[in-house]
Every structure is written in C-alpha cells, then in structure tokens.
Design a protein around this ligand. Sequence first.
Ligand code: THU
Length: 161
Amino acid sequence: MHEKKFEFSYEVFDSIDELQKEDAWLLNEAREVTQQAYAPYSKFHVGAVAKLVNGEIVAGSNQENASFPAGLCAERVLLASVSSIYPKTSIETIAISYQSNGAISDHPISPCGVCRQSLQEFEQRTNHPIRLVLGGMEGKVYVISKSSLLLPLAFTSDELL
Ligand code: THU
C-alpha cells in the first residue's frame, strides 16, 4: 500500500481592487450578468462570463424551470453557448458571481459538482486550462488556475474511448 496525496492551491484577494485589470473587468461583467438569470424559484442569481483565447466574451446565467431538474446552472449555460457560438475555441478565464435575495453576496461561490464535471471535459477537449475568478458582489476573490483542480480523480471520456 502507498498513500497518494492531492493538494491544490489558489489565490485569495481581499477585494476586486487587488485583481489585475482584466480579471477585475471580467468579474464586474459577471456581477452584471447575474441580472440576466431566470431564477424565480431559488432567487439565487448566478452570472458567469468567459474570456476566450480569441478575445471574445461570452456570458451565461442560471435558467431555472418549474420542473426543477430541468434548470441549468450559469456555468453550463455558458459552456454550451461558447461551444455553440465558437466551436472548438478554448476558454482562458471564467468569472463567476451571484446575488441572492435576502442574503449578502460577500464571499465567492464555486461551481457545483455537475458543473465541475462539465468544466473538466471542456478543458480536456479544448486542451486548455480554464482559470476561474470567483467573487460575490463584494468581498474576497479566489483565483483558481485550472478548473479541473476542483475535481480530483474525475471520471473522464478516456474511460469510454
Ligand atoms: N447555480 C449556478 O448557476 N451555479 C452554481 O455554481 C451553483 C448553483 C444555480 C442553480 C440554481 O438555479 C440556483 O443557483 C440555486 O442552486
């Protein structure tokens, strides 16, 4: 027997003001895009904005449904849009923010498990790491160099080929 260890590190910034200019701009866009969410059930509005390697910007927001499982997270709406509008194009960075009715948006949220799976496969098939910039409407910001770091021991398409 031997033990294996998984470690990952990420950057923590005290506020958006400490970010490099491009990341601050992208996070501000994600904050704005929360307003495009359709989230009448959870009232949790998520905005995700990607900067692609070709310089284009694509936005996504969560889109819910009265049949709850039919709802989509902002991250997967975004990935599907990128693939549809700019097929095979890699993503450089995604900024994610949120607003929740009645709760203060003062800390980062990170993608749910299903979105981590989708992010991992997007990275793999475009052969490019996706940086994540995570922040609320205020407060600390996390920068993660590669989204697949959030999903160790992932099940991947390698098993199916
Ligand atoms: N949601 C996202 O869009 N992204 C996340 O990373 C977490 C959760 C959405 C799904 C649902 O519409 C609402 O937030 C509450 O879970």
